[in-house]
Design a protein around this ligand. Sequence first.
Ligand code: ADP
Length: 240
Amino acid sequence: MPIANAFKRQKEFVADASHELRTPLSILQSSIEVIESEEKGKLGEFSLQVLDDMKDELKRMTKLTNDLLWLARSDSNAITLTKEWFPLFPVVNELIRKCRPLAEQKQIRFTVHMQEDIMVYGDKERIIQLMFILLDNSVKYNNENGQVSIKVERNRKNVMIEIKDTGIGIPIEHQKYIFERFYRVDPSRSQRQQGYGIGLSIAKWIVDAHGGTINVQSEEKRGSRFIVTLPQPTIIESEG
Ligand code: ADP
């Protein structure tokens, strides 16, 4: 079927292009680092600003390239999960540390409600990636002086992770589409946050791959709540 073929070729192109872009992007990254470490003292204010802008653009391009490559790999079933037991509390703290620079620009406060000894069974790297996507959004789409709260609860069968923000919210008619690839709610309101509508589709992929669920409850101008539930093996006590 010609359309199916064209679609397949397009996907292959995205996979190849994003793969090919990684090397030049990482060369650019290290070149900027060299200039920064060796020439910074000699540069004037304007050049320093240019350098900063280049770093931001490069970061965006690298993220897009990695996300596209990730989607291509997930399409071709090239991503496998490596599951293990791990403590979630240090992961949450590390993620908050990572989100802090952006959060501080907007004076956003984080609160965490979870028992420190909660163990989770799953692919640690993927779960970090999932939580980062949700946390990053809860900061990006938040208001000045907003709040982000992270709640984790475990029962015998599931772990429930809830990330709630006091941000701009998502209109009800858009809520069922936000987990689709490249879907962005009203690009004009999201324009300042230069994303590509990929994050939540990756988040959904990770949750599905763990056999879990992800849901959103949101009200415009009030905020959003993302709830992830991941099924857990019942025997946890034997670990650690
Ligand atoms: P991106 O943020 O790169 O646009 P995502 O897939 O992560 O892509 O999100 C899709 C869309 O869902 C966003 O463009 C945004 O409009 C909306 N969205 C996601 N998270 C939130 C949130 N916490 N608050 C408000 N809107 C959100």
